[in-house]
Ligand binder design. Structure first.
Ligand code: ACO
Length: 320
């Protein structure tokens, strides 16, 4: 018994913000951003909420899987930018898609969120607790960004991706997931300030703060390491993997991972040029894009790998 992805969906906001648009806000340029990150455009939610985007991606994934909302046993939403503190985005997606028989909760693992949600779903399925699970990665990072900070505002975008997984006799072949809370200070977002009559106001910024070089070093070390770990676990030769679908943070990170693994870059599809870094949404958005383009064929071996704040990272090997 294992876990198989049987449907995918995605939603990207209509509004496009280009690097040139950002150059009007902060001291930057298309050349600087594109050469260091591979990003040229990003979508920003103007008319859509995170829940709207998550529900749209979920509807599409359900349709692709041939399932109805009522057949879903569990909804797991990976996000670090939910619309509400509560109810969870997962419960609000449940309402939108009429998943009347599901349990629902959110999971926070930043850019590794979708991968960690997939592993969680796999554990539930293998334990025989749930059969059909809806996974969503959704982010409205535009609300966590200081748009005066050129070192972070050029990197991120908004969007949602979803997948329906079910119990099957093939699909997930192995996974590894890791966290390092001791290294977490290199990428943080403090969240709401505590304001009550008994506490001195703290002056911390509520926006994303990042030590870019440290995050870069972390990613190019840990991603190849965990990909090797998962292929060793499944006794698979790395050269037999058809696709490496990595979190879309930065093209230079992905190029470096490809080089360290000795795998041709063509096996590492990328779409951050158009969407920027959409955190927990980036892997399912890319998966859906590849599925719609007919790039994913039955029997192909695929590695999914996420990495992000926490620090968190991991990899899954699946057979499509
Ligand atoms: N435009 C122009 N100049 C800029 C910009 C910008 N947008 N941002 C920073 N700079 C300047 C800095 O101020 C600095 O100027 P100085 O030398 O006068 O002090 C100079 O560029 C170099 O800054 P660095 O931070 O050293 O730039 P670096 O070459 O490391 O590139 C980057 C920054 C692109 C963020 C890089 O470190 C990186 O790719 N890191 C990975 C982080 C990442 O992808 N994070 C995504 C989120 S995390 C995740 O998804 C896992």
């Amino acid at each position: 018994m294992t876990t198989k992805i049987i449907g995918t969906g995605s939603y990207l906001p209509e509004y496009v913000v280009t690097n040139d648009d950002l150059a009007k806000l902060v001291d930057t340029s298309d050349e600087w951003i594109a050469s260091r990150t591979g990003i040229r455009n990003r979508r920003i939610a103007t008319n859509e909420s995170g829940i709207d985007m998550a529900a749209a991606a979920a509807e599409e994934a359900l349709k692709d899987s041939g399932m109805d909302g009522s057949e879903i046993d569990l909804i797991l939403v990976a996000t670090c930018s939910s619309d509400f503190q509560f109810p969870s985005t997962a419960c609000l997606v449940q309402k939108a898609i009429h998943a009347t028989n599901a349990a629902a909760f959110d999971l926070s693992a930043a850019c590794s969120g979708f991968l960690f949600a997939l592993h969680t779903a796999h554990a539930y399925i293998c334990a025989g607790i749930y059969k059909n699970i809806l996974l969503v990665g959704v982010e409205v990072l535009s609300k966590l960004i200081d748009w005066n900070d050129r070192s972070t505002c050029v990197l991120f975008g908004d969007g949602a991706g979803a997948a329906v997984v079910t119990a099957a006799d093939h699909g997930m072949e192995g996974f590894v997931q890791w966290s390092d809370g001791m290294g977490g200070e290199v990428l943080t977002c403090p969240g709401r300030k505590i304001e009550n009559p008994w506490k001195e106001n703290d002056s911390e910024t509520e926006y994303i703060q990042m030590n870019g070089q440290e995050v870069f070093r972390f990613a190019v070390k840990k991603v190849p390491e965990c990909i090797r770990q998962v292929t060793e676990k499944t006794e698979t030769q790395i050269e037999t993997i058809d696709w490496f679908i990595l979190h879309q943070a930065n093209s230079r990170i992905i190029q470096s991972v490809a080089k360290r693994l000795g795998v041709p870059e063509e096996k590492f599809p990328m779409n951050m040029e158009q969407y920027g870094n959409t955190s927990a949404a980036s892997i399912p958005i890319l998966l859906d894009e590849m599925s719609k383009k007919g790039m994913l064929q039955p029997g192909q071996k695929i590695i999914l790998s996420g990495f992000g704040a926490g620090l968190t990272w991991g990899a899954a090997q699946i057979e499509w």
